[in-house]
Design a protein around this ligand. Sequence first.
Ligand code: RTP
Ligand code: MG
Length: 139
Amino acid sequence: MSTNRTFTMIKPDAVENGHIGAILEKITAAGFKIVAMKYTQLSLRDAQEFYGVHRERPFFGELVEFMTRGPIVSAILEKENAVEDFRALIGATNPADAAEGTIRKMFATSIGENAVHGSDSDENAAIEGAFHFSGREIY
Ligand code: RTP
Ligand code: MG
């Protein structure tokens, strides 16, 4: 398996609840290398574009409002099998269904406010990473 990349955000709920340090610790302890990272806040337009695939879903308005209400940490992570392994590390979308020890089980509060994002494919990881970072911000 070749080393590759995924994209993550620590969402506004986890930032508000003071979990940035604990989540980054879990990520690096699991073997992910941080190759880009920033503390930022999404504009309405950013969030609508980033989650555009969910535009027709009933929770879209709520999702955009949540993702823009405060700062986030966004990062590009590198590891063998990064996308799949990171999805396993964060756990199911709904923390009630997430396995013990996963980031969402530990830090998420609801299906909507679920602490972290993880890309769902190599293709989307590349698109999402490029949405948040220029080439000069990736090391
Ligand atoms: P993400 O994209 O943030 O990593 O989450 P995911 O793949 O596990 O879930 P996805 O289906 O892509 O949904 C994106 C985000 O929308 C919010 N959501 N709310 N209220 C609801 O029923 C509901 N369903 C999804 C969550 O914040 C979810 O992570
Ligand atoms: Mg998703």
